[in-house]
Design a protein around this ligand. Structure first.
Ligand SMILES: NC(=O)c1ccc[n+]([C@@H]2O[C@H](COP(=O)([O-])OP(=O)(O)OC[C@H]3O[C@@H](n4cnc5c(N)ncnc54)[C@H](O)[C@@H]3O)[C@@H](O)[C@H]2O)c1
Length: 274
């Protein structure tokens, strides 16, 4: 992969799934890595894989919801490497539950990690990315940031918010003449631990939901997702869709407009586990 050699890249949620695969692909492409996660065991595994590839790595426990810690971390990374070129705001959680039965705290938790975590990372690193003269913000939204489905209201809200925030930032960087590119990523179902790590509303069967996701929805490997993301980054794409599911459903929603909701209320309850 061209264009990553010598760059300093920051990846949040790098202890598992897409974040781990991104860190490994970036290392193979010659980038230096600042990786973080709340899961220190997963993070140590990623660190080992990167060290084996012979790249410079800084690994830290970081909770993306902790704004002050994130701001301090951004300065530490700059201090450590002397510059920062790219941030992949990847850390995220999943939650399933109809809005009627979801607790405020469940919805707030998803917004805190999946939306505010991205805002914290973007704001903390933006001054350093501008200073580098060659910056890139890569924010991971979801297919669920392009369409809504029943049972995913909290996750939809967070991922639509990431998309709105990131698309505005891309335009602002162009208008202000700052040397920072901006990409929003919308993965479809990716084979990671996300559903197994997810929480669900009372009354839902978490194990059945995770099994359904792993068996029926997760179609693309994390490694393939990472390669597609890096290709999109190297081509400075505004929007990166990952997987056939994301591409087909994006087209469907654009063709049907708001009419997709009528189709989904009919089709989705037939597929989802009770
Ligand atoms: N897997 C999919 O099908 C899919 C689809 C669309 C979007 N995404 C998004 O991709 C991103 C990566 O997810 P994944 O599928 O690799 O899941 P994953 O569960 O395998 O990895 C997510 C990582 O984020 C970390 N994390 C969770 N909360 C954190 C916090 N507060 N601070 C720091 N780290 C935290 C976890 O410890 C974990 O290591 C997420 O933003 C997710 O919403 C995933």
């Amino acid at each position: 992969m061209q264009g990553f050699a010598g760059k300093v890249a920051v990846v949040t949620g790098a202890g598992s799934g897409i974040g781990q695969a991104l860190a490994v692909e970036l290392a193979r492409a010659g980038a230096q890595l600042a990786i973080s996660d709340v899961d220190t065991e997963g993070l140590a595994q990623t660190e080992q894989r990167l060290t084996a590839l012979g790249v410079r790595v800084k690994a830290d426990r970081l909770d993306v919801t902790e704004r002050e810690a994130f701001l301090a971390y951004a300065d530490e990374v700059k201090e450590h490497f002397g510059k920062v070129n790219q941030i992949y705001n990847n850390a995220g959680i999943a939650y399933s539950g109809n809005i009627e039965v979801s607790q405020f705290k469940d919805i707030e938790r998803v917004m805190d990690v999946d939306f505010w975590g991205v805002v914290n990372g973007t704001k903390a690193f933006l001054p350093h990315l501008i200073d580098s003269g060659d910056g890139h913000v890569i924010n991971i939204s979801s297919l669920f940031g392009l369409l809504s489905t029943p049972g995913q209201g909290a996750y939809n809200a967070a991922k639509f918010a990431v998309r709105g925030f990131t698309e505005a930032l891309r335009q602002e960087m162009v208008i202000s003449g700052h040397p920072v590119k901006v990409t929003t990523v919308h993965p479809g179902g990716i084979k990671t631990a996300i559903a197994r790590n997810a929480t669900v509303a009372e009354g839902l069967d978490a194990a059945a939901m995770a099994e359904f996701f792993d068996r029926r929805l997760a179609a693309t490997t994390a490694e393939e997702a990472a390669r597609v993301i890096l290709e999109g980054v190297s081509k400075n794409r505004a929007r990166v869709l990952i997987g056939r599911d994301a591409k087909v459903l994006d087209l469907l929603v654009r063709a049907l407009g708001s009419g997709y909701q009528r189709l989904f209320t009919f089709v989705i309850p037939k597929f989802m586990p009770r």
